[in-house]
Each structure stands twice: as C-alpha cells, then as structure tokens.
Write a protein that binds this ligand. Structure first.
Ligand SMILES: [Zn+2]
Length: 424
C-alpha cells in the first residue's frame, strides 16, 4: 500500500502533463492546418494530410474544429483529373471582421475588412504632426467609432483591432516608445484603444506590420528572406529572415532609416536627434526640398503651374503629376532620392542577402521614377554575387502598406491561435 502512493502520484502528474502536451500539440496542429488552408487554398482534406504529414483522421478532426469556430468552410468539389472528387476547403471570409488602424506621420487611416482582407469600410484623414498626440488620437478614435457603427448591421464579430504606428514599439506593454517624426514618446496605445473600444488590441511598428502583410497576402507569400522598406516621411524596415519577422533583442530591429549610411553630406538633421541619417536623403521631405531648391534657381518646371491651378502646397502627389507629364525637375528629384535609397538598399542586400527588397508606403506611388535609380545604385554598391539575385520590387499595397499591415497582424494572430476564436 505504501509503495502505491508515490506511484499513484507519479501517474497522476504524468497524466496531467500528457493531457497538457496533448492540448498543446492539438493547438499547434490546428494552427498548422489553418495556415496551410490560408496560404494554399482551395485544398482537400487528403491534400492537407499530404502537406502537413498528419494522418487523415487527425486532419478531419482538426478541420471539423476549424469549421465549428467559423474559420474555415467547404467551398466546392474538385472533380478534375482521375482522382475521386474531393470536397475543397478555404478560409471563411465571414469568420469575423478585422479593424485596422494606421497612424501615419501626416495621416490617420481606419479600415474594416472581412477575414480575407476585403475592405468593407475605409476612411483616411490627413493629420499634421504639429497637431499633437491628443488631437490626432481623438480624430483616430472617432474614425474607429464610425467603423464600428458601420459594421453593426452586418452582425460581424470583430476578431481584433490592429494598430500600425511609426517608431519603436514595446509589444508586451503595447506602448509606442518613440516615434521621431511624430515627436511622440511613451504613448500607451493598447490601453487607450482597449479602453475606448473593448476590442482585443494588437500593436506593431508600421514597417514590421507591412512586412507581415506582404508575407500573408502580398508579393512575399512564398518568400522566406526579404526586407520591406516603408518609405514616406520616415524610412523604416521590416526584416523577414528564415521565414520569420526578425525583431532584435528588444524588439526594435529594422530602424534602417536612422543609420548614418551617407557620409557626405552628413550634416542634415534628422527628427531622431542625429545628423546624417540615411532617411534624410531619401524620404518625402528630401524630395520636396530638392524640388524647392530647383525652383529657387528658377528652373523651368510645370510644378509652379500645377500648384497655382490646384491651390495646394508642394507635395509628392504634385511632383508625381509633374513627372507623369515629363517634367525634368520632378523626374530628376525622384531620381536623386532613388540613388540615395539605392545606397541604403545596397547595404541591406550585403548584410542580409535577401531574395527581395519590397518598396512600399507613401513614396511607392512614385515607384516608377525611383526604381531605375535604386537598381542602378544597388548594382554599383552591392557585392555582385549578392546584388544580382536580390530583386527590388514595388509593393502592391502602395500607400496603404501600413493599413493592410494593421489588418495583417490581427489575421496572423488568429492563424497562430485559432482556439482564441470562439465556437459558433
Ligand atoms: Zn534619424
């Protein structure tokens, strides 16, 4: 009898451990199957078993649970070829709504999408960094309220709210640590948005969020090593290495624009407090300053005419319009910034040996004028065998990169943790 007691205790703890392991393995497998369906759909259960290496009955049970949670649905029958017709599965667009919020330096944008990223509601408003934190956040929360009201008649459960912001983010605390171009420090964004909406809040740096979006829905879907460059007023990077977002030791990796790559001229002040940061030579402001300098020396350009006709201040959009009708000053200004970007890209290519560098964010709207200069400089300044195989490509999301990124971080969490979504 005495000897049974410890044995009994052992069995009991082992059973608890086994069942905990069993739950964990099932959760990992649910996530695995859901990711395959998300990335490769439409898929049959048999094909899923082949791809995941799980047996068919396990796959059927996992699929059943994903269907019960409303994340997957049957979409039709594959009757092609000689094989027996098989029911196909895909991710259910109606699994739930996703709220995306992009805090830009000069804009705020909010979108509501279904589970496959189709936009149901979207609004963007301009913002001025001089407006200050309180006013900009108030404006953003108002847009979020409008999106929630618009969603109500659709009876769509909202799976979460993703927030993409420039600057360094403490993911554990949900705090924006420092956004140089906004001059914001230590803003408890998760707390602010959670108290206002009662939704589950996800926060990520804008370039990291956009990189996740490219991997989930964009041109890096099957790419394991790439760098996403978010180019606008600031220049940030999202590093995807070995198929995963690389965050660095504190989670702040990817602040590529604040490296002092340019030695000459190195005197331009950056909003981060340093001088000579690479982004000051390649960002939105640098292009506007180049155009202004050219106009001061009275070069002939259609830009002055466009400004007076449209009664607006000088912007990238105006410079792009001028470039589109062949204006040399506009085209050369983009090209100079493209050469500066190329120097930064060459450094990234030499260090990370990526398959792709994806240019996205507001400046990608002028991608056609930037890319030739970027490619020329990359081939000059990267090591030949590394530079040759790295492709510089434009994001399909254009200026919406951070907004789609905000949606993507919520989708990514659901794919990683399908059991967090309740059964219907
Ligand atoms: Zn800087």
């Amino acid at each position: 009898m005495i000897s049974l007691l410890p044995q009994h205790t052992n069995y009991s703890s082992m059973n608890t451990k086994n069942s905990a392991d069993h739950v964990m393995v099932r959760e990992l497998n649910l996530s695995l199957v859901l990711r395959y369906i998300h990335n490769e759909a439409p898929l049959s259960r048999a094909r899923l078993a082949e791809m995941t290496g799980l047996n068919k009955s396990t796959v059927s049970s996992l699929v059943e649970e994903l269907i019960e949670r409303g994340l997957v649905h049957e979409t039709g029958v594959n009757s092609l070829g000689k094989a027996r017709p098989a029911t196909l599965l895909e991710v259910n667009p109606q699994a739930g709504g996703i709220m995306g919020v992009a805090l830009g330096v000069d804009f705020v944008a909010v979108a509501l999408t279904n589970f496959i990223g189709e936009i149901l509601w979207r609004r963007m408003e301009s913002a001025d960094p001089a407006d200050g934190q309180e006013k900009t956040l108030e404006k953003t929360l108002k847009l979020v309220d409008e999106a929630i009201t618009a969603c109500r008649p659709k009876k769509l459960r909202i799976l979460g709210l993703g927030l993409a912001t420039p600057g360094t983010v403490d993911l554990n605390e949900g705090v924006l640590i420092f956004a140089p171009n906004l001059h914001w420090h230590n803003v408890p964004l998760r707390k602010i948005f959670s108290e206002h909406t009662s939704l589950k809040i996800f926060i990520e740096n804008d370039a990291n969020a956009a990189a996740i979006a490219e991997h989930l829905f964009g041109i890096a879907r099957h790419c394991q090593d790439f760098v996403f460059v978010f180019a606008g007023i600031g220049i940030g990077g999202g590093l995807f290495l070995n198929g995963e977002l690389y965050r660095g030791s504190n989670g702040y990796a990817g602040e590529i624009g604040h490296s002092s790559i340019m030695t000459e001229p190195a005197q331009t002040s950056c909003h981060c407090g340093n001088r000579g940061c690479w982004e000051t030579h390649a960002n939105q402001y640098s292009i506007i300053q180049r155009v202004q300098a050219r106009m001061e020396v009275k070069r002939s350009s259609i830009i002055s005419k466009l400004l007076s006709e449209q009664n607006v201040p000088l912007s990238i959009s105006i410079i792009k319009q001028a470039a589109d009708v062949g204006d040399v000053e506009a085209i050369e200004s983009f090209s100079e910034a493209g050469h500066a970007m190329g120097q930064g890209f060459a450094g990234l290519i030499n260090i990370f040996n990526p398959e792709k560098i994806i240019l996205g964010g507001p400046l990608s709207m002028a991608g056609q004028y930037l890319l030739p200069a970027i490619e020329e400089t990359v081939s000059l300044h990267s090591l030949p065998e590394i530079g040759r195989q790295a492709k510089v490509v434009l994001s399909n999301f254009g200026p919406d990169a951070s907004l789609i990124g905000a949606i993507a971080i919520v989708v990514d969490d659901v794919l990683a943790n399908p059991t967090h979504v309740e059964r219907r």
